[in-house]
Write a protein that binds this ligand. Structure first.
Ligand code: ATP
Length: 355
């Protein structure tokens, strides 16, 4: 099946280099664009594996959203190729690791660094919301850093749980990563939720960058981590939305930074800050974004083209006809609540898929 890739049109555009990492249904390699000589990240996805995990629809929606994006702080996509068994996505190469790794190395971040990173995050989320995209899985692991210097630039990635919504559309699917879930997602079956869930997650990320700790965690240590009931304790704390600003951790942090955290972690989504309110908050008053952060090697939207290898039908159409994943089994559209709970792992995303 590697031959299949080597014989495909893909090889006229790129060469494959070293392995960068592994995801749940594929491997990411470094690659070189033969016409620009620019290094890229090549995500090679095994379609059958994605199908087996019931994540095929997610994959199609992720690619659709990625091709729409055009912002210096969201991951750039160059091309998508499809062979019988694989999807190959050529992405902007990001070499500085992710914010999760930075936080586990440093614990608390210096307030100025946190401000610079958070401003970029909110700028990107503001752009996504303007475009009608709710990310739904914002967490440090999905925020990539362009380099390891003192002024890293961020790129939001992993649009696997993202959704395009219209103005008053309410979402119901319970998904995300437990520690970053907004309280209204926990009741989403009844009331639904909207794009302000992303601002809650941003509040959790800001709290974590400034203090080195999560605002809501699972302190129930009696059970082993495999026990799904463990999350009840976390979810209860999120519902209560009580914020503890431990003196030892917060004493050297400015009151205005803490004020922004408090305005993002507001239980009532209607009262919670929007991206615009966050950008205009006093914490950013004397802050100017490093102009370097907009001098990006971002790949422009115009260059993005989909090249299905086998036929000319666009991906979306093919998925509807059940053929994209080369498997005639119908999709499992009903993942019931119990099964959803089994997907809970402290730092991993989960999705209850409703179509
Ligand atoms: P999962 O698919 O299970 O959610 P994931 O999101 O980490 O996991 P991928 O997006 O497939 O999976 O990425 C796997 C690894 O490849 C990442 O952890 C990272 O090390 C590397 N990687 C992914 N995208 C890039 C990129 N654009 N530039 C550099 N390295 C990348």
């Amino acid at each position: 099946s590697v031959d299949e890739i080597e014989e495909s049109e893909f090889c006229q555009y790129y060469t494959i280099g070293k392995t960068l990492g592994k995801g749940s249904f594929g491997t990411v390699y470094e690659g070189t664009n033969l016409s620009t000589d620019r290094k890229v990240a090549l995500k090679i996805i095994d379609k059958n594996k994605a199908m087996g995990l019931g994540q095929n629809m997610q994959l199609v929606s992720e690619i659709e959203i990625l091709t729409k994006l055009d912002h210096p702080h969201t991951i750039g996509i160059e091309k998508v190729f499809e062979t019988t068994n694989y999807l190959i996505i050529a992405l902007e190469l990001i070499t500085g690791g992710d914010l999760g790794q930075l936080l586990s190395r440093c614990g608390q971040l210096d307030e100025d660094l946190a401000k610079s990173l958070f401003y970029q995050i909110i700028t990107a989320v503001d752009y996504l919301h303007e475009e009608g995209i709710v990310h739904r899985d914002l967490k440090p692991e999905n925020i990539l850093l362009t380099n390891k210097s003192r002024q890293p630039q961020i790129k939001i990635t992993d649009f696997g749980l993202s959704k395009i919504i219209t103005m008053n559309h309410n979402l119901k699917t319970m998904c995300g990563t437990p520690a970053y879930l907004a309280p209204e997602i926990l009741n989403s079956g009844i009331f639904g939720y909207s794009k302000n869930v992303d601002l809650w997650s941003c509040g959790v990320i800001l709290y974590q960058m400034l203090s080195g700790e999560l605002p809501f965690n699972n302190s129930n240590t009696n059970n082993n981590n495999q026990n799904n009931n463990n999350f009840n304790n976390l979810f209860q704390k999120i519902q209560e939305s009580y914020l503890d600003f431990n003196e030892d951790l917060w004493e050297n942090i400015s009151p205005s930074a803490q004020d922004l955290v408090e305005n993002l972690l507001i239980k009532n989504p209607q009262k919670r800050f929007t991206t615009q309110q966050a950008l205009n908050h006093q914490w950013f008053v004397d802050f100017e974004e490093d102009p370097k952060s907009f001098q990006t090697e971002m790949l422009r939207k115009q260059q993005t083209i989909l090249i299905p290898n086998q036929c000319n039908t666009p991906i979306k159409k093919k998925i509807i006809n059940n053929t994209l994943f080369n498997n005639s089994t119908p999709y499992n559209n009903n993942i019931y609540e119990d099964e959803t709970l089994e997907m809970f792992q402290s730092s991993e995303s989960f999705a209850e898929i409703n179509f």
